[in-house]
Design a protein around this ligand. Structure first.
Ligand code: COA
Length: 232
């Protein structure tokens, strides 16, 4: 973080306006992640900012683990392939059109990176994807290193990004799509105030496993999110 960076927090947003969601949908796009580089989102334990090339080794520490890949449609990658994948995500910096996505690192304050870089460790990441500009719909995706699961860190980081999606990007609706068997992720959706809206039976085919997957869809509306925050 630069010296003049003023961190944002989910609590420092403008006063909530529960009536706003009844208007015509309009995402606040284009959005360049440079804004979050200048003013990272700071939560109790995490700093959330765009991923960078320097994060590649920290990300590899969890991206290579079978238990992390179990419910994510990523192939097993070599270290070099994983680095290239991270670099593609690093280069994805603008939200403007359907399908655009950006990736934020969840950096655990005071936890040194195992790379010996002296930086705090990237323990996970959160994706924000434009599902529909027309309908002001965003999608979130997340991953946390297993060594740091079970502490509420994913909930803390993704809640901050969810608040960003509604407050800054002005989403009408934020959704998550997951393999229905991914109970840890489903619990996180509910913790975020999302509702289980549907499960599509045998919706995707996992070629590695040779099996059909049921896919679950969770979502929360802006007015529901703001009302929940008002209620504390
Ligand atoms: C999905 C995923 C991010 C959830 O991580 P997580 O650490 O379980 O999620 P949370 O941050 O919500 O933590 C919740 C757990 O921490 C516990 N916890 C401990 N301290 C806590 C605190 N201060 N606040 C909240 N929860 C706390 C909760 O009781 C809960 O435990 P439980 O699962 O036994 O009920 C993680 O399982 C993951 O990365 N999986 C692999 C990648 C993946 O599948 N991604 C999703 C693709 S759709």
């Amino acid at each position: 973080m630069t010296a003049d960076a003023r961190p944002t927090t989910p609590d420092s947003v403008p006063p909530v306006d529960t009536a706003h969601s009844s208007g015509a949908p309009a995402l606040a796009l284009p959005f360049d992640v440079e804004e979050i580089e200048r003013r990272p989102i700071v939560t109790e334990r995490l700093v959330i900012r765009p991923i960078t090339a320097d994060d590649s080794d920290d990300i590899w520490e969890y991206q290579r683990l079978p238990e992390v890949l179990r419910y994510i449609p990523w192939p097993e990658r070599s270290r070099e392939e994983a680095h290239e994948h991270t670099m593609r995500r690093v280069g994805s910096r603008l939200l403007a059109e359907d399908g655009d996505n950006v990736h934020f690192a969840m950096v655990l304050s005071g936890e040194p990176s195992p790379t010996g870089s002296g930086r705090d460790r990237v323990v996970g990441d959160v994706m924000v994807r434009v599902a529909s500009v027309e309908h002001a719909r965003l999608e979130l995706g997340w991953v946390l290193h297993p060594d740091f699961q079970g502490r509420g860190l994913a909930a803390e980081g993704t809640a901050a990004v969810l608040a960003f999606a509604f407050d800054t990007l002005q989403a009408h609706r934020v959704l998550a799509e997951l393999v229905a068997a991914n109970t840890a992720s489903a619990k996180l959706c509910l913790r975020l105030g999302m509702r289980h809206e549907a499960t599509f039976v045998e919706d995707e085919y996992d070629r590695d496993a040779g099996a059909w997957l049921d896919m679950a869809f969770y979502a929360v509306l802006r007015r529901e999110h703001l009302a929940a925050r008002l209620a504390g």
